[in-house]
Design a protein around this ligand. Structure first.
Ligand code: UT7
Length: 337
C-alpha cells in the first residue's frame, strides 16, 4: 500500500500540571475508598489538583507557551487556536479566546471543542484538515481540563479517577521534513467517531438547556460528573482497539512499525486490554496515569510532552495515540515526531 505523505507535523509540545498533588491516601480521608482499591482497579496513585485561583485558560496558556517555545514559533505566528475542553472558564465565551489573550496571539479564529477524552485527537484531526486546505499554517491545539471543579467529591465512583492539567502542541506544514533516522515527519493518519447510545453513561445531567440548574439539582450533585464505569470500560477496550487498527490501516503500518503507544490515561486495565488485542509490545506503551490520573482531553498531550522532554520519545519515532470518553467519542492518530 502506498503511504500517504503527511501534510502537517508537530513542531513543538508543552504541558502544565498544577503544583498541588492529592494522593489516594488523602482521598481516603474524604470518601470510603483506599489506596489499594484505586491502584488495583485503575493504576492511579495520585492526581494534580488546581488551586481555587487557577482557571482552565491559565493552565492552557502555560502549556501553550511551553509548546511555542519548544517549536520556536512566536504567538503572533499562530493562525488558529483549538482548545479541547469540557471544563471551560465560562459557558460563554469560549476558553480559547482567553488563551489567545494570555499568550498574546493575533486576532485569529479561536474556538473550543467538546469531545471529552477524545478532544485532543479531534483537535489534531481538525488542525490537520485546516493545514491541508491551506486555511492555516500554524495551529495551536490544546487539551485542557480542570475536572476537580466538576466532580462530586462525595462520589467515590468518580472523584478518585480524575485530575487537572493541560497539554499543547503546535502543528505546522509537514513539507519535506525528515528526522535524523530518515523518517518523514508528520501526522500519518487520524480517525474520529462518536455515538450517542451511551451518552448518559458519562455525563453531567444538569446545568445545560435540557435541565437548567436549580438549587435542588445542586443539592443532588446533578451538576457534577456521573459515570457508569462498567458501561464505558467495555466500549473503551473495543473502540480503542478498532480505531487504532483503522489508523494503522490508513497509514499502511503494522503494530511493529509503531515505536510508542500514547493512549488516553483512563485506566491501566483498559490500556493493557486494548494493547493486548492489538498485539503490540507492552514495552512500547507510555504511561503516566499513576502520577496524573485521568485528565480527559489533556491526557495524551501531557503524556506526549513528558515523554519527549524526558528523551524517551525521539525525533523520528512513530507514535500511535488513541482515546475514548464521554459522548461516547473516540479516535486515534499516528504521528512521526
Ligand atoms: O476517560 C473517560 C472514560 N472513562 C473510562 O474509561 C472509565 C471506564 N471505567 C473504569 O475505568 C472502571 O469501570 C472504574 C475504575 C470506574 C471502576 O472499576 P470497576 O472494576 O469497573 O468497578 P465497579 O464499578 O464494578 O465496582 C466494583 C466495586 C463496587 O462495590 P460492590 O458493588 O462490588 O460492593 C463499587 O461500589 O467497587 C466499589 N467501588 C469502590 N470501592 C472503593 C467503586 N468505586 C470505589 C472506590 N473505592 N473508589
Amino acid at each position: 500500500m502506498n503511504r500517504p505523505a503527511p501534510v502537517s507535523r508537530i513542531l513543538g509540545t508543552g504541558h502544565y500540571l498544577p503544583e498541588k498533588i492529592v494522593t489516594n491516601d488523602e482521598l481516603s480521608t474524604y470518601v470510603d475508598t483506599s489506596d489499594a482499591w484505586i491502584q488495583e482497579r485503575t493504576g492511579i496513585r495520585q492526581r494534580h489538583v488546581a488551586e481555587p485561583a487557577i482557571a482552565t485558560s491559565d493552565m492552557a496558556a502555560e502549556a501553550a507557551k511551553r509548546a511555542l517555545e519548544a517549536a520556536g514559533v512566536a504567538a503572533s505566528e499562530i493562525d488558529l487556536i483549538l482548545v479541547a475542553t469540557v471544563t471551560p472558564d465560562h459557558q460563554l465565551p469560549a476558553t480559547a479566546v482567553f488563551v489567545q489573550q494570555k499568550i498574546g496571539a493575533g486576532p485569529v479564529p479561536s474556538l473550543d471543542l467538546a469531545a471529552a477524552c477524545a478532544g485532543f485527537v479531534y483537535g489534531l484531526t481538525i488542525a490537520d484538515q485546516f493545514i491541508a486546505s491551506g486555511a492555516a499554517k500554524r495551529v495551536l491545539v490544546i487539551g485542557v481540563e480542570l475536572l476537580s471543579r466538576i466532580l462530586d467529591w462525595k462520589d467515590r465512583t468518580t472523584c478518585v479517577l480524575f485530575g487537572d492539567g493541560a497539554g499543547a502542541v503546535i502543528l505546522g506544514p509537514a513539507e519535506e521534513s525528515t528526522a535524523a533516522n530518515g523518517k518523514r515527519q508528520g501526522l500519518l493518519a487520524t480517525h474520529i467517531q462518536s455515538d450517542a447510545t451511551l451518552a448518559q453513561s458519562l455525563w453531567i445531567p444538569a446545568g445545560g438547556t435540557r435541565l437548567p440548574i436549580t438549587a435542588a439539582l445542586i443539592d443532588e450533585a446533578e451538576n457534577k460528573v456521573h459515570m457508569k464505569g462498567q458501561d464505558i470500560f467495555k466500549v473503551a477496550v473495543k473502540n480503542l482497539f478498532s480505531s487504532s487498527k483503522k489508523v494503522l490501516e490508513k497509514s499502511g503500518l503494522g503494530p511493529d512499525d509503531i515505536d510508542w503507544i500514547c493512549p488516553h490515561q483512563a485506566n491501566l486495565r483498559i490500556i493493557d486490554s486494548a494493547v493486548n488485542m492489538l498485539g503490540a509490545d507492552k514495552e512500547k506503551v507510555l504511561v503516566n496515569i499513576d502520577r496524573v490520573g485521568n485528565t480527559s482531553s489533556a491526557s495524551i498531550p501531557i503524556l506526549l510532552d513528558e515523554s519527549i522532554r524526558s528523551g524517551k520519545v525521539k525525533s523520528g519515532d512513530t507514535v500511535l495515540m488513541c482515546a475514548l470518553g464521554a459522548g461516547i467519542s473516540w479516535g486515534a492518530a499516528i504521528v512521526t515526531i
